[in-house]
Design a protein around this ligand. Structure first.
Ligand code: NAP
Length: 479
């Protein structure tokens, strides 16, 4: 079994008191590695290192920073098979998906590398002929980065790419369940030539590391991806030092199929959107609204496609849906399906666990719930599992109102062949992301992020640089 230390100031370190955490494979329950369980003292040392590295890093020519970030992306592509293997072992997703995530993760670095030399400032005409007004765009400083387990690589590169491009340095705390992908990226960051202290990675008790972040005035920014309740808690803690914040939180994505949808594309999109990563994606479709004129045809095709999905260990050839991350995830899925049954829904496909010999008891059959109603749990909160609840609607407004009737506002989807309906629906949905005839909208060029309880801030596109920079106004008196 492997032991993987933490990265501080370019050195691989263990916890001062030698304590460790076990990392397990969710498909087998076997311990695959140990990592340090660091505390406040080690976190302070990581902040020291990031603080020391900050000014020299920010002072480097932006193009040079960009080249080093691009080099890290190249190394991720070079090692894609190895990194995908690590991810499948600690997170469970099928190997093909894990490899896709590595390419997706690298694309955020490539994008950020290109943005580094484009951090433009401005000059503004002054009202006085004796003055000039300049606006400089400057890095915010040391960034604390906290990420979830569902995308163990991409959630990190989406943040460190633009942070480093802007001239910031980072202290990363990955999810306890999936630290190995983060630490593997740390190794490649050193190989790429990123200076010691620019990227530091800590594993340990979240609350303890978090408190050390919030106690230290040298940390100027928190970029968090995770659940809404934890995000709210961190916002309260971050208020002490008035940290800049980016909050990528939970979702509850609606997926609307209008009567005039292209059926093949809508069914393929619904399956891809719902079942990738076993439904454990913040932008996964979580509830479906299908118009009555197409309902029967859609359900017939959708049920057949879902029944064909193969469940198994992510390393097995041909598997579409891997294990859920832990027992709590299985319990939540079971509760949502049972609740829907109790409230009158039928379950034409799945609806139960799958037992696979020799593997952990953590696989759930891809499930369709027919007859979702507004009072069901699945209509109101993230299931975060392979369950697709479907409701029928008559009029467009009904579906849009149901879609918007949620505190969340991350991603939403709909399928239609009518251009006017497409534009009106896109405008009417209260979401940060709208997939109009597109079930996989995430890409490095576009601004990813939510509204309402799904948080604020954008990752990707030119907009992401705003998250890691602040504007400085220089009033220049001519002498
Ligand atoms: P989570 O429980 O909120 O954890 C996210 C991260 O926060 C983990 O690293 C966790 O550490 C850490 N954390 C928890 N409590 C903390 C504290 N008191 N102080 C400092 N850090 C703390 O979320 P999750 O279960 O890992 O991820 C699933 C959630 O993330 C879902 O709601 C999903 O929708 C959301 N998500 C959103 C996006 C987006 O872009 N909007 C993307 C992916 C996922 P430990 O692991 O050590 O507990």
């Amino acid at each position: 079994m492997q032991h993987q230390p933490n990265l501080i100031d370019g050195q691989w370190i263990n916890a001062d008191d030698g304590t460790t955490l076990e990392v397990t494979d969710p498909a087998t329950d076997q311990t695959i590695a140990t990592v340090p369980s660091v505390g406040q003292a080690e976190t302070r040392r990581a902040i020291d290192a990031a603080h020391r590295a900050f000014e020299p890093w920010a002072a480097r020519p932006a193009a040079e920073r960009g080249r080093l970030i691009a080099r890290l992306a190249e190394l991720m592509h070079r090692d894609a098979d190895r990194l995908a293997g690590i991810m499948t072992a600690e997170q469970g997703k099928p190997l093909g998906e894990a490899k896709g995530e590595i390419a997706y993760a690298a694309s955020f670095l490539e994008w950020a590398a290109g943005e580094a030399p484009r951090m433009y400032g401005e000059s503004i005409p002054s009202s006085s002929s004796e003055k000039r007004i300049l606006v400089l765009r400057q890095p915010v400083g040391v960034c604390a980065i906290i990420t979830p387990w569902n995308f163990p690589a991409a959630m990190i590169t989406r943040k460190i790419g633009p942070a480093l491009a802007a001239g910031c340095t980072a202290v990363i705390k990955p999810a306890e369940l999936t630290p190995l992908s983060a630490l593997a990226i740390g190794e490649l960051a050193l190989e790429a030539g990123l200076p010691p202290g620019t990227v530091n990675i800590l594993t340990g008790k979240a609350r303890v590391i978090g408190e050390a972040f919030f106690d230290d005035q040298r940390v100027r920014k928190l970029s968090f991806t995770g659940s809404t309740p934890v995000g709210q808690q961190l916002m309260r803690q971050a208020s002490g030092n008035l940290l800049r914040l980016s909050m990528e939180l939970g979702g509850h994505a609606p997926f609307i199929v209008f009567d005039d949808a292209d059926l093949d594309r809508a069914v393929a999109g619904a399956v891809a959107c719902k079942f990738r990563n076993a439904g454990q994606t913040c932008i996964c479709a979580n509830r479906f609204y299908v118009q009555s004129g197409i309902y029967e045809k859609f359900m017939q095709r959708f049920n057949a496609a879902v029944a064909n999905l193969k469940v198994g260990r992510g390393t097995q050839e041909g598997v579409h849906v891997g294990p859920l991350i832990n027992d709590a995830a299985i319990d939540k899925v079971r509760e949502h399906v049972q609740d829907a049954r109790d409230k009158g829904a039928s379950v034409p496909v799945g609806g139960e666990k799958v037992t696979i010999q020799g593997l952990a008891d953590r696989f759930w059959k891809p499930t369709v719930v027919d007859g979702m109603t507004p009072e069901m749990l699945c209509a109101n909160e993230e299931t975060f599992g392979p369950v697709a609840p479907v409701a029928r609607f008559e009029h467009d407004r009904e579906a849009i109102d149901a879609a918007n009737n949620s505190p969340y506002g991350l991603a939403s989807y709909f399928y239609t062949s009518n251009a006017t309906r497409l534009m009106r629906t896109a405008e009417a949905l209260h979401y940060g992301i709208v997939g109009a005839n597109d079930a996989v909208p995430s890409t490095a060029q576009a601004p990813f992020g939510g509204v309402k309880h799904s948080g604020f801030g954008r990752e990707g596109g030119k907009y992401v640089m705003d998250e890691y920079t602040s504007l400085k106004y220089v009033s220049w008196g001519l002498v």
